[in-house]
Design a protein around this ligand. Structure first.
Ligand SMILES: [Zn+2]
Length: 140
């Protein structure tokens, strides 16, 4: 049984998974871009809002690779791991703050004329070639 004060086992598992995998979805994406002959990007551009993971400055295209858990992926239902406990609220609020910050960063970038592509961790696992194709089209 879960203690009411601790995150549920599912939540802890997701947190551990996120930590141990580190930036691997991002690495998987840049490797796939490189393999497809896509060049001319920079990684982790700190001066732009939200520090986009991949930036094609000449094409004014930013790519964020979001971890499904922390950024509250709408696709894969990571949120379901959070139980309705007091701590569950804490994590939900944290994720909600992340989500709002993500939205604000996208709005700031778009205001400055950037195109923004958000890639979810689970999409990378599910269909990386489709993401590469989408980016290739955006850069054409
Ligand atoms: Zn996801």
């Amino acid at each position: 049984m879960d203690k009411p004060t601790a995150p549920s086992e599912g939540t802890r598992k997701s947190m551990r998974a996120n930590r141990s995998k580190g930036t691997s979805p991002e690495v998987a994406l840049t490797k796939a871009l490189w393999a497809s002959g896509i060049r001319g990007y920079r990684k982790n551009v700190l001066k732009l809002p939200g520090k986009p993971d991949v930036v094609f400055a000449k094409r004014k295209l930013c790519v964020f690779v979001h971890g499904c858990f922390w950024h509250g992926c709408p696709e894969c239902g990571q949120k379901r791991n959070i139980r309705p406990t007091a701590n569950g609220d804490y994590w939900r609020e944290k994720m909600e703050r992340n989500r709002l910050r993500d939205e604000r960063n996208v709005a700031l970038l778009e205001r400055d004329g950037w195109r923004v592509v958000v890639v979810w961790e689970c999409e990378i696992k599910r269909d990386l070639p489709a993401i590469v194709q989408k980016l290739t089209q955006s850069l054409a």
